[in-house]
Design a protein around this ligand. Structure first.
Ligand code: KIV
Length: 271
């Protein structure tokens, strides 16, 4: 008898049913094959190839410079590493804010060339026709409201959004519009916890929060941040689960010392 472990893929339907069943959605970013494999084994529900790759992978100050080609490269590596998780990729700045036709073409390129299962787009009513066109083509879309880093030059700062009533009201209408357009989930970034809870309770689709409190239907973090690899980035909402930066410095220093002293490689580490 052959024993096969059948891995059931998380789909957008699974994510939607988590909301119905009161089960929280877990999401982390990933940018490469090895990390994707480890996060998948840990049982993370959604792996997001965030355009935060521009910051934590490439060292840019904002997410604006990353290209569709760059994102497809990262996304295909993650898609190869994930056997169970739903793989979700950001469309980068400039690829979907113009015509619906351009947004659709970028979405199709990402789907064909990377093998991801769904796309995330930042924004609400302004881009709703573009989102509808992508969803009508059979591509699942996750919305993203609140602090939308692709608009950082409009905001001017990375501080908490929607603290004023007008912006909070706009966010609520945007969330409803995204649900009506057929989005399967919405990321809520850096908004007051009370507002995030209210929005989450008003929707049938799950919200996934980052810096948006415990009332969201799931949580997402940038993997480099939660592992402590971006060691000096410590916003209030972040919990560091590892001290990866210090661990890497320690391991690399030990390796350097071993090579310099002739201790590495030893007899059992050579042919
Ligand atoms: O790009 C990203 O990593 C994101 C998350 C912060 C949600 O959009």
């Amino acid at each position: 008898m052959s024993v096969h472990k059948v891995i059931k893929r998380v789909t957008t339907n699974t994510i939607l049913s988590m909301k119905t069943n009161g089960e929280k959605v877990t999401m982390l970013t990933a940018y490469d094959f090895s990390t994707a494999k480890a996060l998948d084994e840990a049982g993370i529900d959604v792996l997001l190839i965030g355009d935060s790759a521009a910051n934590v992978f490439a060292g840019y100050e904002t997410t604006l410079p990353i290209t569709l080609d760059n994102m497809i490269y990262h996304a295909s590596a993650v898609a190869r590493g994930a056997k169970r998780a739903l793989v979700l990729a950001d469309l980068p700045f400039g690829e979907y804010q113009g015509t619906a036709e351009d947004a659709f073409k970028a979405a199709v390129r990402m789907m064909k060339e990377s093998g991801v299962h769904a796309l995330k787009l930042e924004g609400g009513i302004e881009i709703i026709d573009n989102i509808k066109k992508i969803i009508d083509a059979g591509i699942p879309v996750c919305g993203h409201l609140g602090l939308t880093p692709q608009s950082i030059n409009k905001f001017g700062t990375f501080s908490v959004r929607a603290q004023e009533e007008a912006e909070a009201e706009k966010l609520k209408s945007d969330a409803l519009a995204l649900q009506q357009a057929g989005c399967f989930a919405i990321v809520l970034e850096k908004i007051p916890a009370k507002l995030a809870r209210e929005v989450s309770e008003s929707l049938n689709i799950p919200t996934v929060g980052i810096g948006a409190g415990n009332g969201c239907d799931g949580q997402v973090l940038v993997v480099n941040d939660m592992l402590g690899f971006t060691k000096d980035f410590k916003p209030k909402f972040l919990r560091q689960y590892m001290k990866m930066y210090e661990n890497v410095v320690e391991a690399a220093s030990q390796y350097a010392a071993d090579v310099k002293s002739g201790n590495y490689p030893n007899e059992s580490e050579q042919y």
